[in-house]
Design a protein around this ligand. Structure first.
Ligand code: ATP
Ligand code: MG
Length: 193
């Protein structure tokens, strides 16, 4: 059986932005993946303590952001069942239910720097290839596969602040995401962090 090579870029995506998309496109190209999935965390356990937009809204924004982008799709695998999920368990479930897929876990250098704190982190490398992308301000360390991508100093935190300050987020987020953020009134004042 030929395995399909899938990249998994997990995140909160509150909101998705050009930094996520460039990572997905570059990973797909450089690692010769069939597809990259933007895996939306339903209930991000690392981000307890701040207001996070509803999971369905974040998923809708990722669906919009990836529309028309070849080989890059939104994934709701961590919505079943809803609630907090650990990457290691998501990978185990994929191995069980979708054994035709050969997964590569893609992460920014900031996420990679904290990987030892992830649940059963030492098992991740046996369940997926690991690829780390440069991110401004973070050094990539260790022997994992490293990807060079155009460096964009863009984060969801910065975008939420811009909205709260009444500044534009065009280009930083695709037009569909800009419309959804405005329509739902996300990140204005109380919701910003
Ligand atoms: P927040 O500021 O809320 O933490 P974020 O911009 O870091 O948001 P996440 O959803 O936390 O976005 O990130 C998902 C994944 O995408 C992580 O692996 C992160 O390292 C990576 N990533 C996000 N933005 C960039 C970027 N500009 N360059 C490289 N990697 C990025
Ligand atoms: Mg982050």
């Amino acid at each position: 059986m030929t395995q399909r090579r899938i990249g998994l870029l997990g995140g909160t995506f509150d909101p998705p932005h050009i930094g996520h998309l460039i990572v997905a496109v570059e990973a797909r190209d450089q690692l010769e993946l069939d597809e990259v999935w933007l895996v939306v965390a339903h209930t991000p356990w690392q981000k307890a303590g701040r207001v996070i937009s509803a999971p369905e809204r974040r998923l809708a924004m990722v669906r919009s952001a990836t529309e028309g982008l070849e080989g890059v799709v939104a994934s709701a695998i961590e919505f079943e069942p809803p609630g907090p999920s650990y990457t290691v368990e998501t990978l185990e479930r994929l191995a069980r239910c979708r054994s035709e897929l050969a997964p590569t876990l893609i992460m920014g250098a900031d996420a990679a720097a904290g990987i030892e704190t992830w649940h059963r982190s030492e098992e991740l490398a046996s369940l997926a290839e690991l690829a780390v992308v440069d991110r401004p301000g973070w050094a990539v360390e260790g022997v994992r596969r490293r990807l060079s991508v155009p460096q964009l100093d863009v984060s969801s935190t910065g975008i939420r602040r811009r909205v709260a300050d009444g500044r534009p987020i065009d280009v930083l987020c695709p037009p569909g995401v800009v419309s959804l953020v405005a329509g739902w009134g996300l990140y204005d004042g109380a919701n910003a962090s």
